[in-house]
Write a protein that binds this ligand. Structure first.
Ligand code: PEP
Ligand code: MG
Length: 580
């Protein structure tokens, strides 16, 4: 049994068979073969080896012709390795006597060699290890016969273990079959993590390299509460986790009974609990969990997972379906927030060395006004069908907000000219997710109809910590006193000027922070739909005066560790079952 620690990004326990994807998205198949399949599989191995040799030979010839034999030598070395009888015998032996699948045997044998090179010091040795990984991939490509696994095609229950998944690949997982997800890289605030939480499946990111220790079909446990993955669990561990799954089911059933009850604190203060969505189909989940509306619709997902730009009609269809499904409940449409980790293709590294500080979000929209206007027209057209609000992301200066409003006015003019109706009093707000916006709140209050604090980005820009980098994940926390002071400043200013303010970062879906956020003066929280019942339960069990005391105390503390411990203790006073 092996237990590995990663970063917990979506709670819950999942137990099941592993579907393993390497860093090119190849599915690493089952480890064992049926006894009578051995001969056939050996033939398949030899065919794959011959095809790999032919490919490298072709590359060698081309390079030799264009650049000379000296440059082609590397390919000769690859061919030599692919034809090495000792390596061949080793792989065949694993298939014959241990009944390993050819893919697994190839990986085992080659990675053993690569590890030897990796353990030796120096650039030259590191390059040789990379050569071996290259050869491994080439053979696997020939054995598996296709490129990336189509995750949307998975039709039996699995736990997806991958080197990395993009946000749109994650969105393609069907939660009926993908019961959980673990990646080797990725940080706590990445959109991959957020989408996994939205799907409501247990998920862990940033575990570090572990895929060589697991094969398709192995039983694994994902503990999304503790951020641990257990490989090859023993019977006792399995029994313990199965028991925990049962307990979680009964808690979920209890929470369901809250659906129709109001989100009101014990002293009767109403709290607006909204849902965050990425796709129209999530509206159903918001409704089932009792959300009072949509506080954040991440519309940029319309652009991801497709090669061309969506037309105005495509936008309109999605938006109108969401608004109509929500009936008269409010829907906050955040305009496109592309860039950084939400991209269709990788930017040129020469241009984008710091994608989170670069041309992303509203900056990208303002540079592509035609694209932006198409989206705004679609939102405006849908505004007659329900209660829509428009929100601009990543506003960092007043001028930026004004420019965005101007593009909106242009879109309104287009519709006026065409005689198309829209809500002329549509509310226009902004996200507060850059420290500069917090510092300028007293000016923004004059211009905006509402604010929503985006803590996911606010944490990263406040602490200068990349939200999707596992190596600095220890610094990425909402409990940092600087982040809490920023929230306090923003909320106090907005409340003093009677401009509505809410929050929609992942922080407000974590019950640890509910009392603090209410105590700081927030009355509107937009959370991942799965978290609505639990946050409602906390709201209904506390009073505002109690929350104010908690917030006062937190503002006196000076480290994230102290704050987190204090908040967990306070929560466990209300709910003793919460771990401190
Ligand atoms: C945020 O930054 O807090 C937010 C809600 O937006 P996103 O996570 O999509 O950047
Ligand atoms: Mg953001």
């Amino acid at each position: 049994m092996e237990r590995l620690q990663g970063i917990a990004v979506s709670p819950g326990i999942a137990i099941g068979e592993a579907l393993v994807l390497d860093n090119e998205g190849f599915r690493i198949p089952r480890r064992f073969l049926p006894r009578d399949a051995v001969e056939e599989e050996l033939e398949r191995l030899d065919r794959a080896l011959s095809a790999a040799v032919a490919e490298v030979e072709h590359n060698r010839k081309q390079v030799a012709e264009q650049l000379g034999d000296e440059y082609a030598a590397i390919f000769s070395a690859h061919i030599q390795m692919l034809r090495d009888p000792r390596l061949h015998d080793e792989i065949v032996e694993m298939i014959r006597s241990r009944h390993y699948s050819p893919e697994y045997a190839v990986s085992r044998a080659l990675r053993r060699y690569a590890k030897v090179f990796q353990s030796l010091e120096g650039q030259y040795m590191a390059e040789r290890a990379n050569d071996i990984f290259d050869i491994e991939k080439r053979i696997l490509r020939n054995l598996l016969g296709r490129r990336r696994e189509e995750l949307s095609q998975v039709t039996s229950p699995v736990l997806v273990l991958a080197h990395n998944l993009t946000p749109s690949e994650t969105a393609n997982l069907d939660p009926r079959f993908a019961l959980g997800m673990v990646t080797e890289i990725g940080g706590p605030g990445s959109h991959t993590a957020i989408v996994a939480e939205g799907l409501g499946i247990p998920a862990i990111v940033g575990v570090g390299p572990f895929l060589t220790d697991v094969s398709g079909g192995d039983t694994v446990i994902i503990d999304g509460d503790q951020g641990q993955i257990v490989l090859h669990p023993d019977e006792e561990t399995l029994a313990r986790y199965r028991h925990e799954v049962e307990e979680q089911r009964s808690l979920a059933a209890k929470l369901e009974s809250l659906r129709e009850l109001p989100a009101k604190t014990m002293d009767g203060t109403p709290i607006q609990l909204l849902g965050n969505i990425e796709f129209p189909y999530e509206v159903k989940q918001c409704d089932e969990r009792g959300a009072a509306g949509i506080g954040l619709y991440r519309t940029e997902f319309i652009y991801l997972g497709r090669d061309d730009d969506p037309s105005e009609e495509t936008h309109f269809e999605s938006y109108s379906s969401v608004v109509q499904a929500m009936a008269s409940k409010p829907v906050v449409m955040r305009t496109l927030d592309l860039g950084a980790d939400k991209m269709r293709s990788l930017p040129d590294p020469e241009d984008e060395r710091n994608p989170f500080l670069g041309l992303r979000s509203i900056r990208l929209a303002l540079r592509n006004r035609d694209l932006f206007r198409i989206q705004l027209r679609a939102i405006l057209r849908a505004s007659v069908l329900g209660e829509i609000r428009i929100m601009f992301p990543l506003i960092s200066t007043i001028l930026e907000f004004r420019q965005a409003r101007m593009v909106l006015s242009d879109a309104m003019e287009d519709l006026d000219e065409a005689g198309i109706p829209y809500d002329k009093d549509i509310k226009v707000g902004m996200m507060v997710e850059v420290p500069s916006a917090v510092m300028m709140m007293d000016r923004f209050v004059e211009e905006v109809d509402f604010f929503s604090i985006g803590t996911n980005d606010l944490i990263q820009y406040c602490l200068a910590v990349d939200r999707s980098n596992k190596d600095v994940a220890n610094l990425y926390t909402a409990a940092d006193p600087s982040v809490i002071r920023m929230i306090d400043m923003a909320v106090t200013c907005a409340n003093n000027h009677d401009v509505p303010i809410g929050t929609c970062g992942q922080m407000c879906g974590d019950p640890t922070y509910t009392m603090l956020l209410l105590g700081l003066g927030l009355r509107s929280l937009s959370v991942t739909p799965a978290a609505v019942p639990e946050i409602k339960r906390v709201c209904r069990s506390v009073s505002i005066s109690q929350c104010r005391e908690v917030a006062q105390k937190v503002l006196e503390l000076d480290s994230a560790r102290e704050i987190k411990t204090f908040l967990k203790e306070e929560l466990s006073k209300v709910f003793p079952e919460f771990p401190t």
